[in-house]
Design a binder for this molecule. Structure first.
Ligand SMILES: Nc1ncnc2c1ncn2[C@@H]1O[C@H](COP(=O)(O)OP(=O)(O)OP(=O)(O)O)[C@@H](O)[C@H]1O
Ligand SMILES: [Mg+2]
Length: 591
C-alpha cells in the first residue's frame, strides 16, 4: 500500500482507518458490521460511500464519527490516534444525520442561530451575525432565512441540516443520505454544494448515498458490501474495476461473490488505485481547483482559535429561549396548557358542593331523653362523615389532577426530541445544561398550575386548612410527577413508550394511595413509599384545621402520615425523578 503521507513530504492523509471493525453480539456470536476497514483520506477530499441497503454505510459513518466505538483497529485524525488520545473536538466534526435536526416551529434563521449559540463561543453579537450570514450564504439559504422549518421542501431541509453543522466550520463533514428522496435537480444541487464545501480549507466531506448518479463530482468512491470495503478509488475507474458497463450494474455484480472475496481482491489492488487518486489530487491542486492548507496550522489561527464550545450558562439560556419560543409558537400546545390550567380547578369546585356544607358541632347540653341525645349525636356524626369524605375526596381529586398535569408536562419532553438532543450532545451540548433548561421550563409550568389550583380552590372551594401547607403539597405532587415523568422521558426509547408509562403511573396513584380504597396492609406497606399522591393527600389532610380535621378523621380508613414524613418523601420523589432524568440524559441513545 502506498503511503499518502509521502505526498509532497507533507502529511496529506488526515483521516486514516486501520483495520477498523465494529462488532455486535448476535445470538451469542460476534458479527462484524464493519469488517477490517482500511482507508486513507487526504485533506480537501470529497468521498461517496455507496453500497446496497443494509451493507453498513451508516454504521461505518457512525464508527468514524465515534458514535459506534470501534471494537478493533484504530482511527487516526491528523496523526492522532482517536481511541487513545481522545475523540474529535465537537467543533472539528459535523455529522448530518438522515433525520431532520431542526424544530418545525422555528425559522431557518432561528435554527441556525440556536445551533451557533450552542456550538460556538462567539466574541460578540457581530461575530454571531457574521457566522450566521456566512453559513446562510454558503448553503444558499439567505433568501429563505425567515421561512419556518415546517414549510421547507425536502432539499431545503437538507441544506438547513448542513448549515446547522457548518456553524462550527468543521474540518470533517459526515453526511448520511442527504440526497435521498430528492428530485434529480435538487440532488445534483446538494451534491454540488457538498463538493464545493470540500474545496475550501481542506475540509473532508464523506457522503453516504444510495444514488449512483453524479459520481463524477466525487474525488473518490467507496463501495461497501456486507460491511467490507470492495472498492475505494477514483469514480471514473469504478465501472472498470467491477467490469461493468454502467455504475447501476455494480450492486448486482457485488452479489455474485461473497464479500470476503471482494475485500481480498480489493486489498490486492488498493495500492495502484491510491496512486491514481494521489495523481489526480496533485493535478487538482496544481490547477488551483482545490485549495488545501498543508497543515491545519496554516489556517487563520484567529479563526481556528475562536471555535470553542460555549459555557454552561450560555447553552442554558439558548436552550431556554428556544424552548419558550417553540412553546408559544405551538398554538395548540398553549391552548391545551391554558385549558388544563383553567378548567381543572373549575372541575374541583364542581365536585366540592358537599364538602362546602357546614360542619355541625356536638352540643354540650345534655338532653333529657337519652334516645334524643343519641339521635342528635348520630346526626352530627353522619353530617361529619358526609362532609369529611367529601373534603378528603376533593383533596385527592386535586392531587390526582395535578399528577395528571405533571405527566402531561414532561412525559414527552425529552423522549420527543431525543434524536435532536443526541445530535446536539454530539456537537458539544452539555447534558447538564440541557437538563437544567428542562427543569427551569417545567418549574414555571408546575408553579403556574399548582399555585392557580391552590389559590382558586381555596378562594371558591371547601378547603378548610392552612393554605400555605396545602399549597406546598400541591406544588410538591405536581413537581414530583413532573420530575418522575421527566426521568421516564429520559430513560425510554420513544415518546410513545414514555407517554404510556407516565399515564399508567398516574392511573395507579389513586388506587394504590389507599386513601380511597383500602389496600391489604402487607401490600400497602410495600407500595406506599412510592405513591406520591398518598403523601400529598396525607400532607394536605394533616394541614386541615380542627373541625374539618375531625370530620375527615371520622371517615378515612387510612391515618395520614406526619407532615415532615410527607414533605421529605415528596422531596425524595422529586430527587429520584431528576436523578433518573440525569442518568437518562447522559446515556447515548442514537437509533
Ligand atoms: N446497533 C446495531 N445492532 C444490531 N444491528 C445493527 C446495529 N446497527 C446496524 N445494524 C444492522 O447492520 C446492518 C447495516 O446497517 P446500516 O444502517 O449501517 O446500513 P446502511 O448501509 O446504512 O443501510 P441503508 O442504506 O438502508 O441506510 C443492518 O442489517 C442493520 O440492521
Ligand atoms: Mg443508512
Amino acid at each position: 500500500m502506498i503511503d499518502l503521507l509521502d505526498f509532497d513530504g507533507q502529511a496529506s492523509a488526515v483521516l486514516e482507518l486501520k483495520d477498523v471493525c465494529f462488532t455486535i453480539q448476535k445470538e451469542g456470536e460476534d458479527v462484524n458490521l464493519v469488517d477490517r476497514a482500511n482507508l486513507k483520506i487526504p485533506r480537501g477530499h470529497f468521498m461517496a460511500i455507496v453500497g446496497p441497503s443494509g451493507c453498513g454505510k451508516t454504521t461505518l459513518l457512525k464508527t468514524i464519527a465515534g458514535l459506534n466505538p470501534e471494537s478493533a483497529g484504530a482511527l487516526f485524525w491528523d496523526g492522532r490516534n482517536l481511541s487513545e488520545e481522545g475523540d474529535f473536538e465537537p467543533s472539528e466534526i459535523g455529522y448530518v444525520p438522515q433525520f431532520s435536526i431542526a424544530y418545525d416551529p422555528l425559522t431557518v434563521d432561528e435554527s441556525i442561530e440556536a445551533a451557533t449559540r450552542l456550538r460556538v463561543k462567539t466574541r460578540d453579537a457581530e461575530d454571531l451575525d457574521h457566522r450566521i450570514d456566512h453559513v446562510l450564504e454558503e448553503t444558499g439559504m439567505t433568501a429563505i432565512a425567515d421561512r419556518a422549518v415546517k414549510v421547507l421542501s425536502g432539499g431545503q431541509k437538507r441544506r438547513l441540516g448542513l448549515a446547522m453543522e457548518l456553524v462550527s466550520d468543521p474540518k470533517l463533514l459526515l453526511c448520511d443520505e442527504v440526497t435521498s428522496g430528492l428530485d434529480p435537480r435538487s440532488e445534483r444541487e446538494i451534491v454540488r454544494l457538498l463538493h464545493d464545501l470540500s474545496r475550501r480549507d481542506g475540509r473532508i466531506v464523506l457522503s453516504v448515498t444510495h444514488s449512483l448518479a453524479h459520481l463524477e463530482l466525487y474525488d473518490s468512491i467507496l463501495v461497501l458490501h456486507e460491511g467490507r470495503v470492495a472498492y475505494h478509488g477514483p469514480p471514473e475507474l469504478v465501472t472498470h474495476y467491477f467490469s461493468v458497463e454502467d455504475s447501476e450494474e455494480i450492486y448486482p455484480k457485488l452479489a455474485t461473490q461473497p464479500s470476503e472475496r471482494w475485500r481480498e481482491s480489493w486489498m490486492k489492488h488498493q495500492e495502484a488505485y491510491y496512486e491514481k487518486l494521489e495523481r489526480s489530487r496533485k493535478r487538482a491542486i496544481e490547477a488551483g481547483a482545490l485549495h488545501v492548507p498543508e497543515t491545519h496550522d496554516e489556517e487563520d489561527p484567529e479563526e481556528a482559535a475562536t471555535v470553542r464550545t460555549p459555557g454552561f450558562i450560555a447553552q442554558l439560556s439558548t436552550l431556554l429561549s428556544r424552548r419558550w419560543r417553540i412553546f408559544f409558537r405551538d398554538r395548540g400546545q398553549v391552548f391545551l396548557q391554558l385549558a388544563i390550567l383553567l378548567c381543572f380547578p373549575l372541575l374541583v369546585i364542581l365536585f366540592s358542593d358537599k364538602a362546602n356544607a357546614p360542619i355541625p358541632s356536638l352540643s354540650d347540653s345534655r338532653q333529657e331523653n337519652i334516645l334524643v341525645e343519641l339521635k342528635e349525636a348520630n346526626d352530627v356524626y353522619a353530617a361529619w362523615a358526609k362532609v369529611g369524605s367529601a373534603i378528603s375526596g376533593v383533596v385527592m381529586f386535586q392531587v390526582i389532577l395535578l399528577s395528571l398535569m405533571g405527566s402531561n408536562n414532561s412525559a414527552r419532553e425529552i423522549a420527543g426530541e431525543r434524536q435532536i438532543f443526541e445530535k446536539e450532545k454530539f456537537g458539544g451540548l452539555r447534558p447538564m445544561a440541557y437538563l437544567s433548561s428542562k427543569v427551569v421550563f417545567l418549574s414555571c409550568l408546575v408553579a403556574a398550575q399548582s399555585v392557580w389550583m391552590g389559590v382558586f380552590v381555596n378562594f371558591f372551594g371547601p378547603f378548610r386548612g392552612e393554605f400555605s401547607q396545602h399549597l406546598m403539597f400541591l406544588l410538591l405532587i405536581n413537581g414530583a410527577m413532573t420530575a418522575i415523568c421527566l426521568g421516564i422521558s429520559a430513560l425510554m426509547r420513544t415518546a410513545e413508550q414514555a407517554s404510556l408509562l407516565s399515564i399508567y403511573l398516574v392511573g395507579f396513584q389513586l388506587p394504590l394511595s389507599g386513601a380511597v380504597l383500602a389496600l391489604p396492609d402487607h401490600i400497602e406497606q410495600f407500595t406506599r413509599p412510592f405513591i406520591s399522591a398518598y403523601w400529598s393527600w396525607s400532607g394536605s389532610i394533616e394541614a386541615l384545621e380542627s373541625k374539618a380535621a375531625f370530620a375527615v378523621d371520622s371517615v378515612i380508613s387510612t391515618r395520614p402520615s406526619a407532615h415532615d414524613a410527607c414533605l421529605y418523601t415528596l422531596l425524595l420523589h422529586v430527587g429520584a425523578g431528576l436523578l433518573a432524568a440525569w442518568i437518562g440524559s447522559r446515556r447515548h441513545q442514537w437509533d
